[in-house]
Design a protein around this ligand. Structure first.
Ligand code: SF4
Ligand code: SF4
Length: 516
């Protein structure tokens, strides 16, 4: 694989050339094929170590994959921009925004799920799920994420559509770039940057709406009453969206993103990737030249070297050179080539989603086959299923009450005047329900102990009571006194439990009672 900023020349080493075409001739031919129209590679010994960026002007294309990309773009951007306005009734004393990151109250709301800081392990589970889903996508169909779902791809696609709309398609844009700055050119370029900035500003604006009640924040932003940090973040995200999607575009994928490198290490010969079927396409020749070659009894492939696949590529890659790190596998070259094949009456899918193994099999005259179910896809799917089930179980069985205990570090214990031993604990009680609750605290594991709470709300059946407000947590100091004589250096496991006075299951946390 080669970096996308380079010339795409690499052929899979283990794959022999098709038919009568020698590999050397094929590589030679590919070397003469420019990545971008107008580019002429310098002789090997004169090439500088640093290659300046060659701007890519992707041509408009239509076809199956382009339509899929439009649908994905509309859905993902629609979800991103509109989700903060979706309401979810959680009852009184709770926010009604379906998805909300509530930093002041340290909560994350996702529809019916409310995650507390103590439950950050759900986030770990989500990250594992996301990583495994990415690996699975990669094992099945290469860089599906990069080509269709990655925010960089989605926003760059939108920005390129705006560019084509304002400055014209590839050919028109290139022609205009060669002309002096006329009023029309200034107006078109100005309109493009204005629209880019608008999209970038909406993107930054939508981001901050996830951190506060969206309708209220929109009003506050419009009337300049919002907190300064909201304006700062909108400015930051406007800048990053405008520069990453408008200016840097394919360079983010080729140079900045680590995923292509990781993905290349994770792939195998059974993964579907956008592939030029050179066993069918080579030796490439124009329609006229192919007719001459055929008349002379010489072979000519289906590729007519029209460069349409290169011109539509958003990263400027020539997929005919073989696998390339710059290829985000968006499938647009498939659409372009299919249109060419249709026009010249040859079968479609000269470029297609295919596997390395099938390229080898076709060369050997064997029937291609696809193997989606294999050890790595099964493993990834099993991990996703296992983590998903554990998370679902944890969510389904989570209670509204929780307790965490921290033993005093110093002193570990104190001896009272009557000879009894006392240990002190910091106890946090969580009440995730929307009503105020009174909890009775008990201790178990000691033979003759009593328990007290500093700042408690009285006693019931000899157990101290603690009140905790709705959707709140409360920290209290708990003193446990044991009157029984303990063995030297005793560390007795104990349990501190809370039970709602109104009824309901008790929840416990374990710790130790220490003696001298
Ligand atoms: S679009 Fe198809 S025919 Fe044209 S250069 Fe690309 S692979 Fe060859
Ligand atoms: S080579 Fe084809 S699949 Fe790869 S990025 Fe370019 S257009 Fe997309």
């Amino acid at each position: 694989m080669r970096s996308g900023g380079d010339i795409a020349l690499t052929m899979p080493e283990s794959v022999a050339p098709p038919g009568q075409v020698a590999l050397a001739a094929l590589v030679d031919d590919a070397a003469r094929t420019p990545l971008i129209s107008g580019y002429e590679p310098e002789p090997e010994d004169e090439q500088p170590l640093y290659a300046a960026r060659r701007k890519v002007y992707p041509q408009r294309v239509s076809g199956t994959y382009r339509r899929i990309k439009w649908v994905v773009l509309a859905v993902t951007l629609g979800v991103y921009y509109l989700l903060p306005f979706v309401r979810w009734d959680r009852g009184p004393n709770a926010p009604s925004q379906a998805v909300l990151i509530d930093f002041p109250n340290r909560r994350f709301y996702f529809f019916f799920i409310e995650i507390w800081p103590q439950e950050v392990y759900y986030l770990t589970g989500l990250l594992i799920l996301a990583a495994m889903a990415l690996f699975l996508m990669n094992a099945v169909a290469g860089r599906l994420w990069c080509g269709y779902l990655c925010p960089q791809t989605v926003w760059t696609d939108l920005f390129q559509a705006i560019e084509r709309w304002t400055e014209g398609d590839r050919r028109e844009h290139l022609r205009r770039n060669r002309q002096p700055w006329t009023a029309e050119r200034i107006a078109r370029t100005g309109a493009k940057h204005f629209l880019w900035l608008m999209v970038a500003w909406w993107t930054g604006g939508a981001w901050v709406l996830y951190f506060a009640d969206a309708p209220t924040l929109v009003h506050d932003l419009a009337t300049f009453q919002a907190p300064l940090i909201a304006y700062v973040f909108i400015g930051l995200l406007t800048f990053t969206t405008y520069s990453l999607a408008g200016w840097m575009r394919e360079q983010v994928c080729v140079y900045m993103c680590p995923w292509p490198r990781i993905q290349a290490a994770l792939t195998d010969e059974y993964a579907l990737n956008v592939t030029y079927r050179y066993d069918r396409g080579e030796p490439r020749a124009s329609l006229k030249k192919a007719a001459v070659l055929h008349a002379e009894g010489l072979p000519a492939g289906d590729c007519i070297d029209c460069l349409q696949c290169v011109h539509v590529c958003p990263t400027g890659v020539d997929i005919r050179g073989g696998p390339n790190l710059g290829c985000i596998q968006c499938g647009l070259c498939i659409d372009a080539c299919d249109a060419v094949m249709k026009k010249i009456g040859r079968p479609a899918r000269l470029i297609a989603y295919d596997t390395d193994i099938n390229i080898k099999r076709r060369e050997q005259g064997l029937t291609p086959f696809y193997r989606i179910i294999r050890s790595r896809t099964v493993l990834y799917a099993a991990i996703i299923a296992a983590v998903g089930m554990v998370m679902s179980y944890a969510l389904a069985t989570r209670t509204n009450d929780a307790i965490s205990v921290l033993h005093d570090r110093n002193p570990l214990f104190v001896r009272l005047s009557d000879g009894a031993l006392r240990n002190a604990y910091t106890v946090r009680i969580l009440n995730k329900s929307l009503e105020k609750k009174t909890f009775a605290i008990t201790v178990s594991g000691l033979s003759d102990a009593d328990i007290d709470v500093i700042g408690g709300s009285g006693f019931a059946d000899g157990n101290p009571l603690v009140e905790v407000g709705p959707d709140q947590s409360r920290e209290v100091r708990v003193l446990v006194t044991e009157r029984e004589r303990l063995n030297p250096k005793a560390a007795i496991p104990i349990k501190l439990s809370i039970a709602p006075k109104s009824g309901g299951a008790a929840v416990s946390a374990a710790d130790h009672f220490f003696g001298p």
